[in-house]
Design a protein around this ligand. Structure first.
Ligand code: PGA
Length: 229
C-alpha cells in the first residue's frame, strides 16, 4: 500500500474544466494538492466546445464539464448537482414573483453566452423544448460579464448556480422562481474511453467523486434555492 501511495504522490496532471467550473475548481484543486503535494497540477479553463476538442485530441487527463459530449467516445461520471437558474437584478419587476410561467420570459431580453458554451446550449434547449425563441440581447463570452450585464438591467440570463455564490451573498442578483427551473443538470468527470488513467489521474478522479460536494457544494444549499426531486 505504501508503495502504491508513493506512486500516486508524484507526476503531472493535466486537467481542463468548463468556465463555469472555475467557480469551484480552485478550491477542489487546493484540497487535492494538500492531500497529494507531490502531484503537479495544470488546469485549463475554457468553454464546452473547446473542452470537446481537447477530448477529441486526447490532450488532457480529465475534464470537468456539464453535459458529456456525444460526438466523442468518453467515460463520464457525475459528481455533483449543477442547477441552472434564471437570474435578474433585485429591482426587476419579476423579482419575488412566485411561479412565473416560462412563457412570460419570452417578453424579456436575455444576455447570452457565446455559441460553444454549454450553458447557452442548455438554455436554448429549455426554450426550444417549449416552442419558444429567446429574445437575445447582449452576447458575452464570460460568466462574469453576463452577471454584470444582468445586474445593469440589460436582460435576464440563465446561469449555473455555482457562478452565483458571491452575488447571492451580497444580494446583487436574485434567482427568479420560473416554472421548470432550476433545470437539473450534473457536473461530470470525463475522459476519453480507452485512455489509461495515470495513478495521479485516478487519485484525482476518486478525490472529486468523494469530496467535491463537501469542498464545493455549499452554494447548493443557498437559501431560496430549492432543488426538489
Ligand atoms: P460553459 O460551461 O457554459 O462555460 O461551456 C459548461 C457547461 O456547463 O456545460
Amino acid at each position: 500500500v505504501l508503495e502504491s501511495l508513493k506512486g500516486v504522490n508524484r507526476g503531472r496532471l493535466h486537467l481542463a474544466a468548463a468556465s463555469t467550473v472555475n467557480y469551484f475548481a480552485p478550491r477542489l484543486l487546493a484540497a487535492f494538492q494538500q492531500r497529494y503535494p507531490g502531484i503537479a497540477l495544470e488546469l485549463e479553463i475554457t468553454n464546452r466546445e473547446s473542452l470537446i476538442q481537447l477530448l477529441q485530441a486526447n490532450a488532457v487527463d480529465l475534464v470537468l464539464m456539464g453535459q458529456p459530449p456525444d460526438r466523442v467516445e468518453v467515460e463520464a461520471d457525475p459528481f455533483m448537482d449543477n442547477p441552472l437558474v434564471v437570474i435578474a437584478p433585485p429591482e426587476h419587476p419579476l423579482a419575488g414573483v412566485s411561479a412565473i410561467p416560462l412563457a412570460r420570459l419570452a417578453e424579456e431580453p436575455f444576455v447570452m453566452r457565446e455559441p460553444g458554451s454549454g450553458t447557452r446550449q442548455a438554455m436554448e434547449r429549455v426554450f426550444s423544448e417549449h416552442g419558444m425563441t429567446i429574445r437575445q440581447g447582449l452576447q458575452m463570452t464570460r460568466n462574469e460579464a453576463v452577471k454584470q450585464a444582468v445586474r445593469s438591467g440589460l436582460g435576464l440570463s440563465v446561469v449555473s448556480l455555482h457562478t452565483l455564490e458571491l452575488e447571492l451573498e451580497t444580494g446583487r442578483l436574485v434567482i427568479l422562481d420560473v416554472a421548470g427551473f432550476p433545470q437539473r443538470r450534473q457536473w461530470y468527470l470525463v475522459y476519453r474511453r480507452g485512455r489509461r488513467l495515470s495513478p495521479a489521474a485516478r487519485a484525482f478522479h476518486d478525490f472529486v467523486s468523494t469530496e467535491a460536494i463537501a469542498v464545493a457544494g455549499r452554494v447548493l444549499r443557498s437559501p431560496g434555492v430549492l432543488v426538489t426531486d
